[in-house]
Ligand binder design. Structure first.
Ligand code: FE2
Ligand code: FE2
Length: 156
């Protein structure tokens, strides 16, 4: 099971500090989740919807100049590329899905990119650089959800 974003105290409207202060979402430039992106598999759809909230977490990290928030995001993505991708790949294999190999190739690229994010964080690379990389990663992942994952529509 993927670790839910709720683990990081996030919800749709605000991000709550441990002190109880609230940070309102910055929606500028952010791609919003749209129910049209659903493929009809509730667990997978839920994971996808969460990905669209990662930019909110990133906004929070930038606003608060808190490097440890980036670690939380990277941890979330590390779970995502294992648990979520396994779930999709199993679903496609179960249905002998035609686009399986191309889809898995894309997953493998994302998995490598997350390893790179982890390396940058652990090697203490400048925060701004990591923020940019995470933002690029989430943009690509949202694109994957809209274009590639959507082809699994109807698989159960
Ligand atoms: Fe997906
Ligand atoms: Fe996928």
């Amino acid at each position: 099971m993927i670790v839910p974003l709720a683990f990081f105290n996030i919800n749709r409207d605000s991000y709550t500090y441990s002190e109880g202060r609230k940070y309102d979402k910055l929606n500028v430039m952010s791609q919003k989740w749209n129910n049209n992106f659903e493929i009809g598999h509730s667990e997978i759809d839920h994971h996808h919807e969460e990905v669209f909230e990662v930019t909110t977490m990133l906004d929070f990290a930038i606003e608060n100049n808190d490097r440890s928030e980036l670690n939380k995001i990277i941890k979330y993505l590390e779970h995502y590329v294992v648990d979520h991708f396994n779930e999709e790949e199993s679903l496609m294999q179960k249905h002998n899905f035609n686009g399986y190999h191309d889809h898995k190739d894309e997953h493998d690229i994302f998995t490598d990119l997350v390893k790179e994010l982890r390396r940058l964080y652990d090697e203490n690379i400048h925060t701004t650089h990591i923020i940019l990389k995470i933002r690029k990663f989430t943009d690509q992942l949202m694109h994957h959800i809209i274009t590639t994952d959507s082809k699994m529509s109807g698989l159960h």
